[in-house]
Design a binder for this molecule. Structure first.
Ligand code: PXP
Length: 253
């Protein structure tokens, strides 16, 4: 596991949030995705919400057509989103819970009560050649269900870790992520992580050897206001790479 490459997926939703505040085409999420590619991102992530508050379907089409990076489409497990995903065939789809009234994705997917429907949903996306991940809480029992419903990938929700006060509370949240990422590897799931990560919180998550990808959006777009998007992504990339290399060095010492 040591030294396994850690990918960075840049979520460009909030470029569209700013665009939509005024209508028109500026700032263009595709331009942000091209800047992300130039700055060393390995993928682009976008959440097509039922209420289209940021990205729209035409953005998905343009991101796939104009940007030479894999697209990870975050979506709720609804019939409408299944049709859209199968129409556009992004590289990957991350199934997330979605509530209209929430400001952002507040927690992981309830895989337990939706188990049967989720199994069919994952199968339909997979049959369309789309790599499916489930956005879940870092709980080994939930990972076991994710495996049972046939998803090859899980994305661990890092919100509780990022929101926790530095010290014992955050350490405990990190320990839950470490344990869950280890369990994912044990049962043959690729493990991603994301939500709320910033410069101050990314390193300990990047150091987890069994995490293959981080998806980061809000902080990078916010930081871009002050120093530019490419510079923010380059700094995030280097914090991730340094943390991963340091952890690998510690393990081999
Ligand atoms: N991963 C998933 C599944 C998400 O839903 C989000 C938020 O859209 C992110 C990662 C990125 O979170 P943030 O914008 O807080 O970095």
């Amino acid at each position: 596991m040591a030294g396994r490459f850690l990918r960075l997926g840049v979520n460009i939703d909030h470029v569209a949030t700013i665009r939509n505040a005024r209508g028109g085409g500026h700032p263009d999420p595709v331009r942000a995705a091209l800047a992300a590619a130039a700055a060393g991102a390995d993928g682009i992530t976008a959440h097509l919400r039922e209420d289209r508050r940021h990205i729209g379907e035409e953005d998905i089409e343009r991101l796939i057509g104009l940007v030479n990076l894999p697209l990870n489409l975050e979506m709720a497990a609804t019939p409408e989103m299944l049709d859209i995903a199968l129409r556009h065939r992004p590289h990957a789809a991350c199934i997330v819970p979605e509530k209209r009234e929430e400001r952002t994705t507040e927690g992981g997917l309830d895989v337990k009560s939706g188990r049967e429907a989720l199994t069919d949903y994952v199968a339909a996306l997979s049959a369309g050649g789309i790599r499916v991940s489930l956005f879940i809480e870092p709980d080994p029992a939930v990972l076991d269900i994710a495996k049972a419903v046939g998803a090859p990938v899980v994305e661990l929700h890092t919100g509780s870790y990022c929101d926790a006060a530095p010290g014992p509370e955050r350490d405990a949240a990190l320990a839950r992520l470490v344990r869950a990422a280890g369990h994912a590897d044990d049962i043959g799931l690729e493990c991603h992580a994301g939500h709320g990560l910033g410069f101050d919180t990314v390193a300990p998550v990047a150091a987890i050897a069994t995490v293959a990808e981080l998806n980061i959006g809000h902080f990078l777009i916010g930081e871009a206001i002050f120093g530019g998007l490419e510079s923010a992504i380059r700094r995030m990339r280097s914090l991730m790479d340094n943390a991963r290399a340091a952890a690998a060095g510690e393990r081999s010492a």
